[in-house]
Design a protein around this ligand. Structure first.
Ligand code: ATP
Ligand code: MG
Length: 241
């Protein structure tokens, strides 16, 4: 461990190394045995330990779902949604955003690149969190509702994943351009990319013969739907968004 400290890779050691990951638990147990230790110190260790566990959980999930880019596999979309929620758990908790869900766990699997579809869900969650943070109304209880179900559209079977937030919603005048490359209402804080999230989503979903939809009423929230064809549905949906 001293070598790790000298090399300045303590965070890496604590979060990635299997023995390193046990250190904070051991420290916490030792501290619990010391009666004179301050509650503040203990709660700090608890918080760091919980964060590191969360980080390792995210890394594990990413390794599990993120196969090689460009590799398509049969995937259960509910599982990818679950993994995306874990990644955002801390952001949701910080803003008191609750998650509710109605996910059909018996859905047929979809042939898709799981890393791409995970990125689609992540972009939608990120937007919901950003919209909620910006509105930050004290008299609202923020919630994100997830659903996954099968639907028969134009005589073909699709899976519909809906991610609905009760944030500020999308004004009518921007609905038409919301999926356009470069369209953003966010302040440019020096980051290179702005307005690329939903464009990536719509393009990725279209690549697999699907489409995206948006339902929103200003002040009431927004629902983004990812609609993907089930294996028996060969042709894609007409039009996008
Ligand atoms: N859940 C939502 N509620 C309200 N507005 C939203 C929501 N999701 C997206 N938007 C609006 O759509 C715009 C485009 O979203 P998109 O993800 O493409 O870009 P961005 O979030 O602005 O930037 P980037 O994703 O590149 O960081 C946002 O700037 C925001 O105005
Ligand atoms: Mg975005």
């Amino acid at each position: 461990m001293m070598q790790h400290l000298k090399n300045g890779t303590i965070q890496q050691f604590l979060s990635s190394d299997p023995s390193g990951r046990q250190y904070l638990d051991v420290i916490r147990e030792l501290m619990e045995c010391q009666e004179h230790i301050s509650a503040e110190g203990l709660s700090m260790i608890n918080s760091i330990s919980a964060k590191l566990h969360h980080i390792s959980e995210i890394i594990e999930l990413q390794q599990r779902f993120m196969g090689e880019l460009g590799t398509e596999n049969m995937v259960q979309l509910g599982n990818i949604l679950d993994a995306s929620v874990v990644i955002f758990e801390e952001s949701f908790n910080k803003r008191n955003v609750t998650i509710s869900q109605d996910i059909n766990r018996e859905l047929p699997e979809v042939l898709i690149d799981s890393s791409v579809i995970m990125q689609v869900f992540i972009n939608i969650f990120k937007n919901a969190v950003e919209a909620i943070s910006e509105e930050n109304s004290s008299n609202k209880k923020y919630n994100i509702f997830l659903s996954a179900k099968k639907a028969l559209l134009e005589g073909k079977n699709y899976v519909v994943i809906a991610i609905r937030d009760n944030g500020p919603g999308v004004p009518d005048e921007i609905k038409k351009k919301i999926f356009d490359f470069g369209f953003s209402t966010k302040k440019n804080d020096g980051r290179a990319s702005h307005g690329v999230g939903l464009h990536f989503c719509v393009n990725s979903v279209a690549k697999y013969g699907g489409r995206m939809e948006l339902d929103s009423k200003q002040g009431e929230g927004a629902e983004f739907r990812v609609i993907l064809p089930l294996p028996d549905t060969k042709e894609g949906l007409p039009g996008v968004a």
